[in-house]
Write a protein that binds this ligand. Structure first.
Ligand code: ZN
Length: 252
C-alpha cells in the first residue's frame, strides 16, 4: 500500500471540520453484494437491469422485478459489513465524519454502525403499496417471498413496491436535498467505491470542489475526478480505508 497516500489522507481527515463520504457499489462488492447496475459478472450480466428494474416494468409486470431481485435479496441478507463499512462507522464515532451519502441499497452502512446515512437510491427496509400508498415494513413479506416467490400484496390488493429507486423513478427529494447540502457544506469528501458515473453521485464531488472542499478517492478504477483529488488510491478499499483510520488515530 502507498503509505504516503495513507498518511496524507489521515492528515486531511484530521484537519477537516466537516467530512462526508460518498459510497457506491464498489464499497459493498467485497461483502458479496454484486454491482447490479454495472456490467457485472455471471448471474447479473445476463439480464439488463433496465428491463426488470424500471418503474415502468414494475407497474405493468411486477413479477419480472421480484423474480430478478430475489437472488439479489438473498445475497444482501447474507452479506456482512466489510472492513471499509466498519472503518466509516468508526470515523463517525470519532467525530470525523458527518454523513455517509450512498448509492447502495443494502443497509450495510447501518449494520456496520453508521448513523447518518443518506440513501440516494432508497432502501429495502420498507415498501409502499402502489394502489393505496400504505407503507409497510418489508420484513412482513420477506421470508414468504424468498421462500415461495409470491409477489407481496397490500391488504387492499395492490402490489407492494420496495422503497428502492427504480430506473425511471425520481430520487427521494428530501434525501437528494440533504446530500446536496452536505456536498456544499463539507470541506472534505471521501469518494469510496464509486466510479462516479451515475447521477447524482457524478455531480456531488463537483459541488464539493466548487465550494472549496478537498477530495479523497478510493476506487478500484480511475474516475473522471481523479485529477482534481488530493489523494487517489486504486488499491483494495477494504485495506486502504481501515489503514487510513489507523493512521488518523495515531495523530489524533
Ligand atoms: Zn394498498
Amino acid at each position: 500500500m502507498d503509505s504516503q497516500a495513507i498518511n496524507k489522507a489521515a492528515q486531511l481527515i484530521h484537519a477537516s471540520r466537516h467530512a462526508v463520504a460518498l459510497t457506491g457499489a464498489g464499497h459493498s462488492t467485497p461483502s458479496g453484494v454484486p454491482d447490479f447496475r454495472g456490467t457485472g459478472t455471471g448471474l447479473w450480466s445476463r439480464i439488463d437491469p433496465m428491463t426488470v428494474a424500471s418503474l415502468e416494468v414494475f407497474l405493468q409486470y411486477p413479477r419480472a422485478f421480484f423474480d430478478w431481485s430475489r437472488p439479489l435479496m438473498r445475497l444482501m441478507i447474507d452479506a456482512q459489513p466489510n472492513a471499509a463499512h466498519l472503518a466509516l462507522a468508526e470515523l463517525e464515532q470519532l467525530g470525523k465524519l458527518k454523513a455517509v451519502i450512498t448509492q447502495n441499497i443494502d443497509n450495510l452502512h447501518q449494520r456496520a454502525g453508521s448513523r447518518r446515512v443518506l440513501e440516494l437510491h432508497g432502501h429495502w427496509q420498507e415498501s409502499t403499496c402502489i394502489q393505496c400508498g400504505r407503507v409497510v415494513s418489508s420484513a412482513s413479506y420477506l421470508d414468504n417471498w424468498l421462500e415461495t416467490g409470491a409477489i407481496p400484496h397490500c391488504d387492499c390488493g395492490g402490489v407492494l413496491k420496495p422503497n428502492v429507486i427504480l430506473f425511471g423513478e425520481m430520487l427521494p427529494p428530501a434525501v437528494l436535498a440533504a446530500a446536496q447540502a452536505e456536498a456544499m457544506a463539507c470541506d472534505l469528501m471521501l469518494v469510496i467505491g464509486s466510479s462516479l458515473e451515475v447521477m447524482p453521485a457524478a455531480m456531488l464531488p463537483g459541488v464539493a470542489l466548487q465550494n472549496g472542499a478537498r477530495l479523497i478517492i478510493l476506487n478500484r478504477d480511475p474516475t473522471h475526478f481523479d485529477e482534481y483529488a488530493a489523494v487517489v488510491m486504486h488499491e483494495d478499499l477494504v485495506e486502504t480505508l481501515p489503514a487510513i483510520v489507523v493512521a488518523l488515530k495515531e495523530i489524533m
